[in-house]
Design a protein around this ligand. Structure first.
Ligand code: HEM
Length: 382
């Protein structure tokens, strides 16, 4: 374990709202060992931004980690050429051009159908009735697993995420996670002979990746590609409804949905952290790290760093968010960033607010999580 100063946390309080605790860490002990998480947290934006690139020290290789055990060895748990080979294989499915030319019209069609069902309703929940199916429809298209239902996509994603965070080893969570990965394998087998063009399944087959890598990376895309857009869509809707003057700015053309999304993910990162393992003894900011130490890069904390963001706890779509790193800051930078920006800022948000201009919040939006964070419900009425 590193010799970083120790900070004890109440894990339940951290999940309820990590931001006050992260602010104390940035101020008093910006690199700190947290016994309850068995990890050293790096919390300042510049330290994360710099250290994430030193992959010979902060490695992603975690062959015994929960994610690898449960989902297979995907690109997010590899370094160097082994990582890049798989990333390059997936790229044609997620490139900005493929997103704009191929996926965007599909995102729009799916969102139109979902909005048609909501137009009839006086009340609904933005998280489960809009953000969830919109994200799932996008992910069905991108993965190529066209026979999955929206609810299945949401469920398998959640069960894999729960399994990967199940550090205390609760057996039911592990069982649910294996059931989720088995279901995904069934869908991969069903679609493998004729995968939809440009899908992740198709491009990884064309690149000649072994089937185990294809399976592991499809599971990675599902675990990373469902909850985060869902959280970002529902969260940004909630943020704009609770700051109506900022929604008016967008409606008047004085700001954009892209500004709102960028500010939301700075403010409340859907992915709060990315784990690394120390590959060789090293010293960071005067703190000794030893081979095998676990490190968490706290992207959520970077977005509130006072060195870059004035009044960082406030949601303000007019601010410069360019220093925020909600998609990461190294070779593992989110492979789905272009798809997410298109889905959320060009499709989901504008289509929702255009189709239903009279939306109002209709109750509290409870937020939860520190590794993954988002609203569990955003009730609205018209
Ligand atoms: C708002 C939405 C999203 C956010 C905030 C987000 C954030 C992130 C973050 C923080 C990482 C880790 C970066 C690092 O360790 O440096 C990541 C990795 C990744 N994301 Fe996303 N993500 C989002 C949506 C998506 C979507 C829609 C997909 C796929 C369709 C996706 C696919 C991936 C993949 C494959 C990786 C691993 C990349 C690698 O290891 O090279 N993400 N994402």
């Amino acid at each position: 374990m590193s010799n970083a100063p120790i900070t004890h946390i109440d894990v339940a309080a951290f999940a309820a709202d990590p931001y006050p605790i992260l602010a104390e860490m940035r101020r008093d002990a910006p690199i700190t060992y947290v016994p309850e998480l068995k990890a050293t947290l790096i919390t300042r934006r510049d330290d994360i931004h710099r250290e994430e690139k030193r992959v010979h020290v902060l490695s992603s290789l975690q062959p015994d980690g929960l994610m690898t055990q449960l989902m297979g060895e995907n690109m997010m748990r590899k370094d160097g050429e082994a990582h890049m080979r798989e990333r390059r294989a997936l790229f044609p499915a997620l490139s900005p051009r493929t997103v704009a030319d191929h996926w965007k019209p599909m995102f729009e069609n799916a969102t139109t159908s979902i909005l048609n069902t909501l137009k009839e309703r006086k009340q609904f929940d933005v998280t489960t009735d809009f953000a969830m199916p919109v994200s799932a429809a996008a992910l069905k298209a991108i993965t190529g697993l066209s026979d999955m239902t929206h609810a299945e996509m949401d469920r398998v994603s959640q069960h894999m995420i729960d399994g990967c965070a199940n550090y205390v080893g609760i057996p039911e969570i592990t069982t649910r996670c294996y059931a989720a990965t088995a279901l995904i394998d069934t869908h991969i087998d069903r679609m493998s002979a004729t995968p939809p063009p440009k899908s992740a399944l198709a491009v990884m087959q064309t690149a000649g990746l072994p089937i185990d890598s294809i399976r592991a990376n499809i599971k990675l895309v599902i675990s990373g590609g469902q909850n985060e857009p869902r959280a970002a869509i529902a969260g940004t809707v909630w943020a704009l409804l609770t700051h109506p003057e900022q929604l008016t700015m967008i409606r008047n053309g004085n700001a954009s949905y892209r500004d709102a999304f960028a500010e939301y993910v700075r403010w409340i990162s859907p992915i709060g952290m990315s784990p690394r393992v120390i590959a060789q003894d090293d010293r960071i900011n005067g703190i000794d790290f030893h081979k095998g130490d676990r490190v968490f890069l706290m992207f959520s904390s970077a977005g509130r760093d006072a060195q870059y963001f004035e009044d960082a706890d406030q949601f303000d779509i007019t601010r410069d968010t360019s220093a925020a790193i909600p998609f990461g800051a190294g070779p593992h930078f989110c492979a789905g960033a272009a798809a997410s920006r298109c889905l959320i800022t060009q499709v989901a948000l504008p289509m929702l607010f255009d189709a239903l201009p009279d939306l109002n919040l209709n109750g509290p939006a409870p937020f939860t999580g520190w590794a993954f964070r988002g609203p569990t419900a955003v009730p609205v009425a018209r």
